[in-house]
Design a protein around this ligand. Sequence first.
Ligand code: FES
Ligand code: MG
Length: 574
Amino acid sequence: MTRRRSVEDLRSQRWFAPQDLRSFGHRSRMLQMGYSAADFMGKPVVAIINTWSDLQQCHQHFKQRVEEVKRGVWQAGGFPVELPALSLSESFVKPTTMLYRNLLALEVEELLRQHPVDGAVLMGGCDKTTPATIMGAISMDLPMIFMPAGPMMRGHFGGQIVGSGSDVWKYWAEKEAGTITIQQWNDMEAGIARSAGTCMTMGTASTMTIIAEALGLTLPGATSIPAADAAHPRMATECGRRIVEMIWDDLKPSDIIDRRSVENALVVHNALAGSTNAMIHLVAIGRRAGIEVTLRDFDDFAGRVPVIANLRPSGAWLMEDFHIAGGTRALFKRLEDMLHLEARTVSGTLGAGIAGAAVYDDDVIRPLDNPLAASGGTAILYGNLAPDGCVIKPPAAEPRLLQHTGPAIVFDSYDEMSAAVNDPDLDVTPDHVMVFRNAGPIGGPGMPEWGMLPLPKKLLAQGVRDMVRISDARMSGTSYGACILHVSPEAAIGGPLAALRNGDMVTVDVAGRRLHAHLTDEEIAERLKSWTPPRGEYPRGYNRLYAKHVRQAHEGCDFDFLEGAGGIGEPEIH
Ligand code: FES
Ligand code: MG
């Protein structure tokens, strides 16, 4: 923040103020839309990036919320303009929204650059929409505030509380094992998603929105408010009021995000046992802001931050319970000795934002001396199968599998794996290590959430509910199990995972941070000599751009040409 700005300093004035032919055109076209000069002249123009669509179930309330954001902008003396952007439904977009995160980031950056706007409210929440809109806005570096969609209501069926994703996988395993009926399964389908809002477990959506709050990019406490709660439209309106002030104060992402805010995000990620997807997105967000975040950072912080949010899939409760227990501000309050309280936020400092916050339920948000896990929400493993690292979420795995050696059973495609796990004669034991490759950033493409490999039916029927599984894919934040993910470099570019064969012995040692095959470097190199890439080049289109420019998982999967901020002048107006 430098000084209070005047009207002449507003970027939008370049479009509207001059007495020339071009500005005549801009003003007359505003009048064409029914606005008067009093509506827009000399006012901060606020872009509201709206990721609503008819195929974005989690943002269905954004048609209404955008009006509430506008209300706040008007009240504070700004001029709101809604700019629709790619909606990236985690459910409907195939093969995976991750393929398109960078496209939304690029879209947000260019929407802000090309239009007469002075700042932005980013409306997102469903998984990739949070990092994507934030990445684009950081690169453009106009004042911005993130308005989270909020979690949906608790799910229920047959007297049971059920959580997005997590309980689907659990009951699917029961259905496959024949322990629940089709009728029960159908009842759950109708009861698990009951309102607008994002997945209400501690999946990628809530992980990333709460990380956004830790980075200082939301109003205090905004991220735990359920979408259907009346506090949510009030928060949306406050976002509208606040962004106008931020524009006058010229409070930009580059004034807010620094190493302190990133470290706050790392603390919070671990306290939540947050989604492994954060390990890609926070690296990418950091790189946009010019701050290096590495996988080792995640491991360092995991070593000293206890898991205190008792939320599924690692714990018991859901986001609505978390909000009632005090919500995000209460969680941060409990972590305050580990946080940089002087770190900047959209509304002041992190410390000021949590003043007076309290926890109302010590089982949902645990005291530091009675955590869900004393440390280790996530662990980073290295070894001859993953020289650049891979990720596991130990609290979500059966403890016996955290130190394990077994023979590999290797799959090269999803179809091959699906057929095998349904085969009653599959030669597999609970000690086998299932490996699925060619599902990384380029192999997938887009690194789909295929990393929670389905367990073989034969073993499910025997009561087995977890096995060691290794892939270069991601997994949904609502998933669980001894799944080792994000193996880097990926198999599709000739990473060592490509050299593995059925029967090779593989050792996982989470305490020792090791993942290795019982093969020598020479054996791996020799096998890779005869390796050929599993898929040819894309002839054209977005997939071609993506495959040429995407970084590997440990580097955040951004496009090489999108990292960083600034460096591009304002558009010429002629
Ligand atoms: Fe939108 Fe999970 S599907 S947050
Ligand atoms: Mg998800």
